[in-house]
Design a protein around this ligand. Structure first.
Ligand code: F0G
Length: 479
């Protein structure tokens, strides 16, 4: 969406779509919110949708779909092998990325599983601009390790750097010289540092180093839509280049692209695409074993039709602008009110800085998790902890403290209205005023792998009751 000027000045981000189907929402009273979050073990993944007002957990698989996507689902060609739908999907991926060989997979982590199984051996090191939870887990399971090589500003919560997702070229060269490196990975729209983009120039520089050393560059394109928007709006050289051409230039500077179509393409699925037949052959053997036959890869045909249309729609600058514009609005408003947020505004969502929001909660008591629990109590808003709970303990069982303690408030694309965003801002501001009331959490059940999904925690004191009491005192009988 190009920024549209308002006659009276100021202005707000404007939706370039209209709502055709709605889902009713409920907001349960604060006392019930305390109960619900405790029944969920203070883990927002374990909340039930019926207790949630604004679901800002993720944009994964929950972006609004277009009329054309829904229409395409109706003409899906259902068959185990040789479905026409698959060939349409494959053709669209080939056309968008200009790459020949496509492999379907049921979601992003399925691609990561197969890539790790194919390329990672014990002792290998995989340099990347930043890890994603499932990426790291799959690499670790194969005995490899992740090496994050970014510029210092990547971890500066407040910054003016337009491309915090850039990889450090100097550190990449050092990493390659010192380690056994089966591939280098760039994650576009870098998720865990706040949906921050890399520049196209940086990708080209990384690719040059990879080529020189004969190491493949793997590109996680799950959050490509946001990163495309930022390349066009923040990278001077590309401001007049259309989205389709930027996408092609990205693909020309990578060896293997994989994506979660729960994000890219606004449906539910995934896939990998490359121009390298040898790489394709190696990966291909795992598809029928883990995903399903080559012409569906674990996806329903309806989803494949929807992804194909969604990919095409992602080439539209208006379509991919809505997320970043809404996020920028939310981030800037919170910042103006003194609430600590990740800046500059990135893609994916608005990220609250829990270290600054609740500085009295030590990292051993999971400040970002505590803030997630507190915001649900304050407003029925479900965010996602992206801090120490999302890390894994080391081999000795010690905590790996996260570099940043963030509460991610995802803005699934085209789902929320601006008044819902305003409501979220209001409740966050109230919580910030009452931040001293927020206390920590401790695990009562801690799974060894990806503990953030299923782990259960309890408050370290009765802070939640006091928070609810203050809510009642300030809001009366309002929900
Ligand atoms: N890579 C990135 C950058 C992701 O953000 C995700 C998922 C994946 C890979 C894995 O894809 O979920 O389809 O298996 N991110 C979701 C999120 C879960 O909420 O940020 P998947």
């Amino acid at each position: 969406m190009q920024k549209i000027k308002f006659f009276e000045g100021g202005g707000v981000p404007l939706e370039m779509h209209k709502v055709k189907i709605v889902q009713k929402l409920d907001l349960i009273p604060v006392e019930e919110r305390v109960k619900a979050v405790n029944e969920a073990g203070n883990n927002t993944f374990l909340l039930q949708n019926r207790d949630i007002f604004l679901d800002m957990l993720t944009d994964s698989g929950v972006n609004a779909m277009s009329d054309n996507q829904l229409a395409a689902m109706m003409v899906a060609d259902d068959s185990y092998a040789g479905s026409e739908t698959f060939y349409r999907f494959e053709k669209k991926v080939q056309e968008v990325f200009g790459m020949k060989y496509f492999l379907p997979a049921h979601q992003g982590r399925a691609c990561e599983h197969i890539i790790a199984k194919t390329f990672v051996n014990p002792g290998d090191v995989i340099p990347m601009n930043y890890h994603f939870t499932t990426t790291k887990a799959h690499i670790s399971l194969m005995g490899g390790s992740v090496l994050e090589i970014h510029e210092p500003e990547a971890l500066e919560v407040e910054s003016t750097s337009p491309f915090k997702g850039n990889m450090s070229i100097k550190l990449l060269e050092e990493a390659i010289a010192k380690n056994s490196v089966p591939f280098v990975r760039i994650e576009t729209g870098t998720n865990l540092i706040g949906g921050q983009p890399h520049s196209l120039q940086n990708l080209k520089d990384v690719y040059k180093v990879c080529k020189k050393n004969n190491i493949p560059l793997v590109f996680d394109a799950s959050l490509l839509a946001d990163n495309l928007y930022f390349i066009k709006t923040r990278e001077e050289k590309y401001k007049n280049t259309n989205i389709r051409d930027i996408t092609r230039e990205i693909a020309d500077n990578t060896d293997l692209i994989y994506f979660s179509a729960r994000k890219l393409g606004h449906a539910r699925g995934g896939g990998m695409v490359t121009n390298n037949q040898e790489v394709f052959n190696k990966l291909r053997d795992f598809i029928p074993l883990y995903e399903g036959f080559m012409t569906y890869g674990g996806m329903s045909v309806r989803e494949m039709e929807a992804i194909a249309v969604g990919l095409e729609e992602t080439m539209d600058f208006g379509m991919i602008s809505q997320g970043p514009n809404f996020i920028e609005y939310m981030v800037n408003k919170l910042k103006a009110k003194g609430v600590p947020v990740v800046t500059p505004a990135g893609g994916l969502g608005c990220h609250l800085d829990a270290k600054k929001f609740v500085p009295h909660v030590p990292q051993t008591e999971y400040p970002a998790g505590a803030l997630a629990s507190a915001l649900f109590i304050a407003g029925g808003i479900r965010g996602m902890e992206r801090g120490t709970i999302s890390e894994q303990r080391d081999e000795k069982g010690n905590e790996t403290f996260a570099n940043m303690e963030l509460l991610r408030l995802a803005l699934p694309r085209r789902v929320f209205t601006l008044s819902q965003v305003e409501y979220a801002i209001d409740r966050i501001c109230w919580l910030y005023q009452n931040r001293d009331l927020v206390g920590g959490l401790s695990f009562t059940d801690e799974p060894p792998i990806l503990r953030f999904f299923l782990g259960r925690l309890a408050p370290v004191s009765d802070w939640q009751k006091n928070l609810a009491k203050k809510f009642r005192a300030d809001f009366g009988d309002s929900l």
